[in-house]
Design a binder for this molecule. Structure first.
Ligand SMILES: Nc1ncnc2c1[nH]c(=O)n2[C@H]1C[C@H](O)[C@@H](COP(=O)(O)OP(=O)(O)OP(=O)(O)O)O1
Length: 224
């Protein structure tokens, strides 16, 4: 019996930098931590005292070495990630920019690389990315999505995927990891992470930009 009831949430960010002329998107290969060995946008937890916008810009600079001017930095939407039997959801604020300044560089956590829209490696990304990323790339934002994820059965987990689950240290998902304790994989070439998407709801081309999601999963407020 699935339980996706949530009682609290953590606020995260996710940034997609796009070269509109070349129809390419900048992704990062996550080398460690939650979501390790998957390609994703740049982002992470929002620190105390930061706005989501400030946190997103900070993570982009830390993880890809680049900055974006405030006027070019647009909120594309919010994704609420809910995990089976985990009362803590991840409210992830998604931003996009068609411009950036600085030199793209690799860091300890992420290896950035440009991908043509037609060659985005969805089979090596969070499974939900194939639902909402094409909408973002096609300009069908703002959007709001609710994504329900279930831990994959152990036999379906590929080599390396445990790294993504077990190395979550400060993240919400330590409880999910416990079922994996004792399993040891050494190579790191997973396909789409240790969680499978169970269901989703996505509303795109919204009239307003969502600002916050309530614990019942509805949009609590829009940006001014
Ligand atoms: N399901 C799914 N699809 C797409 N993107 C994500 C998910 N779940 C996620 O958590 N994410 C994104 C949201 C964030 O951008 C990152 C996760 O952030 P994380 O690396 O845990 O945060 P940091 O602050 O960088 O972590 P530390 O390593 O510093 O603790 O993935």
């Amino acid at each position: 019996m699935e339980s996706f009831t949530i009682t609290s949430k953590k606020v995260l960010t996710l940034v997609l930098v796009i070269d509109k002329a070349k129809q390419m998107v900048l992704l990062g290969y996550k080398k460690r931590g939650f979501g390790a060995h998957l390609w994703n946008g740049f982002g992470g937890k929002v620190e105390p005292g930061e706005t989501t916008r400030e946190g997103a810009l900070r993570e982009l600079e830390e993880e890809a070495g680049i900055t974006v001017k405030s006027e070019d930095f647009k909120k594309a939407g919010i994704l609420l990630f809910q995990f089976e039997n985990d009362p803590v959801a991840l409210e992830t604020h998604v931003y996009k920019s068609y411009e950036f300044q600085g030199q793209i560089r690799e860091c300890e956590e992420m290896r950035p690389q440009w991908f043509a829209f037609a060659n985005v490696p969805y089979d090596q990304m969070w499974e939900d990315d194939q639902i909402w990323l094409p909408m973002l790339l096609n300009g069908q934002d703002p959007f709001y999505g609710r994504i329900y994820l279930k831990r994959k059965p152990v036999e379906d987990i590929q080599e390396g995927e445990t790294t993504a689950a077990v190395n979550t240290s400060t993240s919400t998902h330590v409880n999910h990891s416990t079922t994996m304790t004792g399993t040891s994989f050494t190579t790191a070439q997973p396909k789409s992470g240790p969680f499978a998407m169970w269901d989703y709801q996505l509303v795109h081309s919204l009239q307003g930009v969502p600002h916050e999601i309530a614990l019942d999963g509805t949009i609590a407020s829009f940006e001014n």
